[in-house]
Design a protein around this ligand. Structure first.
Ligand code: ADP
Ligand code: MG
Length: 328
């Protein structure tokens, strides 16, 4: 039985509530993340991904909704000690590697800060030893500890950000567009580092990205967000092979295909947000269309989506068979 590490139920975040500039950043968000998996969260800029990350890590308080982490209702955590223990379990890695590191602090202080705050080291010697170990873990030279962020490349800074997150030995990491600001070649290195660390340290990831290209390689399951709502949640392969929500199809059509022949024929599919804005929201929600494959729709649309799923999977099977014959 797979265990759920995080469960989010009907999470809402409204900014400037009641004012003219009110923003519903996150609406009725419900999903869960299994222990040990990587859950990818994708959607274009402004869809509510970062807000979701901040709400889960309690950097921000939700307008409403509940969250359970490792069996504990996060909303009931009141004691300072309990909150601190929770904060230690969930760490974030941010998008802009430079902006997320204090330019006036040495790498030693940046990575060692959390160790001191959480009382994980007894003295300076212990702190140093732990920071050296963490630097090696993320593929950096321990001698870098005395240097400042400006002396490093974006990729190196992101390694520092990862070391800082790992310092307090968390079980859950939220990587919010952690590779988006990096060169493509460096992106792959950081993704590989994250995959390696996950295996070594039994981590669970929420991996946030604005496009679907890299998420595929790292995620077990993927959630697709638009306008503060989750429109589709599915195992990574199912989402790529048989996307069911038109918004997912649109996002996928933006991903370049490595095969030059197919890439030449690739057509961008547009998406109109009015599609998922139902006038009458009765019976609208995320419904399970196929095992572990959820789509945001109206209840009456379920049979249509099940047919669509059947058709797509049949097509894939046929293509795979054809491939086999071809290979002989
Ligand atoms: P994403 O990370 O997917 O780009 P965000 O979660 O950052 O999306 O933002 C979702 C929406 O909420 C956007 O419209 C954004 O402008 C708005 N928003 C985010 N943070 C705030 C805030 N502190 N105050 C007001 N609006 C905000
Ligand atoms: Mg964001």
């Amino acid at each position: 039985m797979k265990k759920k590490l995080l469960e989010v139920n009907n999470l809402n975040q409204v900014f400037n509530s009641g004012k003219a500039n009110e923003v519903k950043a996150v609406t009725d968000l419900s999903f869960f993340i299994y222990e040990g998996e990587t859950f990818g969260l994708v959607g274009e800029s402004g869809s509510g991904k970062s807000t979701t990350g901040k709400l889960i890590s309690k950097l921000q308080d939700a307008t409403s909704g509940t969250m359970t982490f490792a069996g504990t209702d996060i909303g009931t955590l009141k004691k300072r000690r309990d909150l601190q223990a929770f904060r230690k379990s969930i760490q974030m890695v941010f998008q802009d590697p430079y902006a997320s590191l204090n330019p006036r602090q040495t790498i030693m202080d940046i990575i060692g800060g959390g160790l001191v705050v959480h009382g994980l080291v007894k003295n300076e010697t212990e702190k140093q030893a732990k920071v050296y170990e963490l630097l090696k873990l993320v593929g950096l030279n321990p001698e870098y500890a005395t240097r400042y962020p400006r002396e490093f490349s974006g990729g190196q800074c992101q390694r520092v950000g990862i070391a800082r997150a790992l310092a307090v030995d968390p079980s859950f990491i939220i990587a919010d567009e952690a590779i988006s600001a990096l060169d493509v070649s460096i992106q792959a290195q950081i993704v590989n580092l994250l995959i390696k660390l996950k295996k070594e340290r039994n981590l669970t990831y929420l991996f946030i990205a604005h496009d679907l290209s890299m998420v595929k390689y790292i995620s077990d399951r993927i959630g697709v967000m638009n306008g503060g709502r989750l429109l589709e949640v599915a195992p990574a392969e199912a989402l790529y092979e048989s996307p069911l929500h038109p918004y997912t199809e649109s996002l996928l059509s933006a991903v370049p295909i490595p095969d030059p022949m197919k890439e030449r024929e690739r057509k961008r599919i547009g998406y109109d947000e009015a599609f998922h804005q139902y006038e009458d929201e009765t019976d609208v929600g995320l419904y399970e269309i196929a095992p572990e494959h959820y789509v945001y729709c109206k209840k009456q649309e379920i049979p249509f989506l099940r047919k669509k799923h059947e058709k797509k999977t049949a097509q894939i099977e046929a293509t795979k068979k054809e491939g086999k014959v071809w290979n002989m």
